[in-house]
Design a protein around this ligand. Structure first.
Ligand SMILES: O=c1nc[nH]c2c1ncn2[C@H]1C[C@H](O)[C@@H](COP(=O)(O)OP(=O)(O)OP(=O)(O)O)O1
Ligand SMILES: [Mg+2]
Length: 216
């Protein structure tokens, strides 16, 4: 191992296959839409390669995104993209936040998570229902990459009092993005991808990749 481990393998964009370190079908759909046709890179999900979920033991989104990417990179030998994301509600002190997927216990039951959120906010008036989605996306060239690329996106809005729409995933039916008069689940997927936390984080990651390998 040299001190230039992360660059010794050459520009990331020339590697042919990257693994997406997520098991969330909604996220994976958005990644495919957002990364489609990018620079000759082929994307494969960790599930397609038989990789199980990483344990999300971090105390921050960036730590969990790193844990996910490192787990998938180690298991596959491929560059890996990890996404840790969540919904932070001001009136709940930032909850469910890091624990958004596990809010109602278990893992990833969106209907139960939404029920719990609407119950917690039942007495909170519309003006005090501010919230934001956050996504941290990490790219590792390999499991020991000491120079991860890290990007973050934030999507501000408020929590509705009932669920609307059947697009998107997770908390989308109860999230009304600023500047839109509907829930995130009612947005055209192209619009969501352009303005969402995940879309912004991936755009930032792509800018970092371009800058990293641009000739001075
Ligand atoms: O655009 C979004 N629209 C709606 N809900 C969203 C969004 N983005 C994140 N979320 C929610 C879903 C889940 O409750 C939590 C993410 O948890 P998080 O651990 O990052 O993902 P996950 O466990 O579902 O899949 P995985 O860890 O395999 O990537 O935030
Ligand atoms: Mg998770």
């Amino acid at each position: 191992m040299t001190s230039t481990a992360s660059t010794a393998t050459g520009p990331v964009s020339t590697r042919s296959r990257w693994v997406i370190a997520s098991s969330n079908a909604g996220k994976l759909r958005e990644f495919r839409e957002l990364l489609g046709g990018d620079g000759g890179v082929e994307f494969v999900t960790q599930g397609e390669l038989g990789v199980d979920d990483a344990e999300e033991t971090g105390l921050s989104f960036v730590e969990n995104a790193l844990l996910k990417a490192r787990h998938a990179a180690r298991a596959t030998g491929l560059p890996a993209l990890g996404d840790d994301s969540g919904l932070c509600v001001d009136a709940l002190g930032g909850a469910p936040g890091l624990y958004s997927a596990r809010y109602a216990g278990g893992h990833g039951n969106a209907a139960a998570n939404i029920d719990k959120l609407l119950t917690a906010l039942a007495e909170v008036p519309e003006t005090a229902r501010r919230a934001h989605f956050i996504a941290v996306i990490v790219l590792l060239q390999h499991a020991e990459d000491p120079q991860p690329l890290i990007a973050q996106g934030v999507w501000p809005g408020r929590i509705l009092s009932t669920a609307h729409g059947d697009g998107g995933f997770g908390y989308d039916p109860v999230f009304r993005p600023d500047g839109h008069d509907c829930s995130a689940a009612q947005l055209d997927p192209l619009v969501k991808n352009r303005i969402s936390h995940r879309g912004l984080a991936l755009a930032s990651l792509k800018r970092q990749l371009t800058n990293l390998y641009a000739n001075p």
